[in-house]
Write a protein that binds this ligand. Structure first.
Ligand code: GLU
Length: 398
């Protein structure tokens, strides 16, 4: 019997989490899998953040429901960060703290979208954008960036995709899964298109803001005219190695923050109190641990890039941020090791898991079936070993 709603039947299981579960299952069978599927920092949460959370428990003052949108001091600190670092005049009233950036995006989708609304998704895209638009019963419209343009969608493409039904566009920069970073000039050109359409909003996912090797983050909301038109999404998971703490947030015009707050009040009441105290220490504390992690990611990016280049047939862009590669592996489609034939990205990832014991995510879930996603949030030793395994396994395909 399947009496699940059409809404839930219309979406897939999260591909990133599914591949991570598969890698865990292999590991539990004693197979030495190198897991490059999940985008999860391999570092520990910095000590001062842990200390703040421990203190919050010992203080005994944080055992009851927090305010739905988050503690006032945390919302204030997030607003101050955006004023100082991103040149966006957010106030505490613009901020809603949620259980990870994923819930922040879900709140926004449910608060804004009606059936029939279109949301332009820059593709390749993070797997949950498409699913969350569908869950809200709206229509995803994929606009594709190509490898030769660093996978970046252009303003001209956005202009062409906008229709009277367009409610919003969504993208991440630095991008999951491609690692690309939009320059200020590129964002200004996209903003100029959006500003011609008074009803179109932008959902700008900045969760990888700190992991940017080429320069600072440009926030879409900082571009003249865009404050009222932008929902900024961010969180603590990536920059502060706090994935399990589940703290994300939006910064948005008050009417959108209020709508998201209403959704959240009915769905989760609020974000975990102790996690919020840790997040406050993260956002108001020293960024040195974050910068140290970024130095490591930067080094790993170059190690993986150089090793990927040595594998015949693989084409990759040179990512400027986040911790992903999104190589085109379609050269191997149609090839076989004599037992299995690789027909697509799913087969490629399965082959790599079974033969090479390296776990990746098929690109189809991100909107590009010729590619696979590789997370380099792993140690240098693991990355070097994983690249050697990939090269060896792929050499068997004829
Ligand atoms: N955002 C991370 C990823 O893309 C974590 C998993 C998820 O939430 O999708 O791998």
């Amino acid at each position: 019997m399947n009496q699940l709603s059409d809404r839930i039947n219309a979406i897939e299981e999260s591909a990133t989490l599914a591949m991570a579960a598969k890698a865990r299952e292999f590991k539990s069978r004693g197979i030495d899998v190198i897991n490059l599927s999940l985008g999860e920092p391999d570092f520990k949460t910095p000590q001062h953040i842990c200390d703040a959370a421990k203190k919050a428990i010992d203080d005994g003052k944080y055992f009851s429901y927090p305010p739905v949108a988050g503690y006032p001091d945390l919302r204030e600190a997030i607003a101050t960060k955006y004023q100082k670092e991103n040149n966006v005049p957010y106030k505490a009233e613009n901020i809603v703290v949620s259980n990870g950036a994923k819930q922040s995006i879900a709140n926004v989708m449910l608060a804004l979208l009606n059936r029939g609304d279109e949301v332009i998704i820059f593709s390749p895209f993070w797997v949950s954008y498409d699913a969350l638009v569908r869950l809200a019963e709206a229509t995803p419209v994929l606009v594709k960036g190509t490898l030769d343009n660093d996978f970046k969608v252009t303003a001209a493409q956005v202009e062409k995709a906008i229709t009277p039904k367009t409610k919003a566009l969504i993208f991440s920069s630095p991008c999951n899964p491609t690692g690309s970073v939009f320059s200020r000039k590129e964002l200004e050109a996209i903003a100029a298109v959006v500003l011609k359409h008074p009803n179109v909003l932008v959902i700008a996912d900045e969760i990888y803001e700190h992991i940017n090797f080429e320069g600072g983050q440009t926030s879409m909301a900082s571009i003249p005219g865009m404050f009222e038109r932008t929902i900024t999404v961010n969180g603590f998971a990536k920059g502060f190695a706090m994935t399990g703490w589940r703290v994300g947030y939006i910064a948005a015009p008050k009417w959108i923050a209020d709508g998201s707050n209403k959704v959240q009040g009915q769905i989760t009441s609020a974000n975990c109190s102790i996690s919020q105290r840790g997040a406050l220490a993260a956002i108001s504390g020293d960024l040195k641990p974050t910068h140290e992690m970024v130095v490591q990611y930067h080094k790993r990016r170059d190690i993986v890039y150089n090793l990927l280049k040595e594998i015949p047939g693989i084409k990759a862009n040179y990512p400027q941020g986040a911790f992903y590669f999104f190589p085109d592996v379609s050269y191997y489609y149609g090839k076989s090791d004599g037992v299995s034939t690789i027909k697509n990205g799913d087969d490629f990832c399965l082959y790599m898991l079974e033969k090479g014991h390296v776990s990746l995510v098929p690109g189809g879930a991100f909107g590009e079936g010729n590619c696979v996603r590789l997370s380099y949030a792993a140690s240098e030793k693991e990355l070097i070993e994983a690249m050697a395994r990939m090269k060896k396994a792929l050499a068997l395909l004829k």
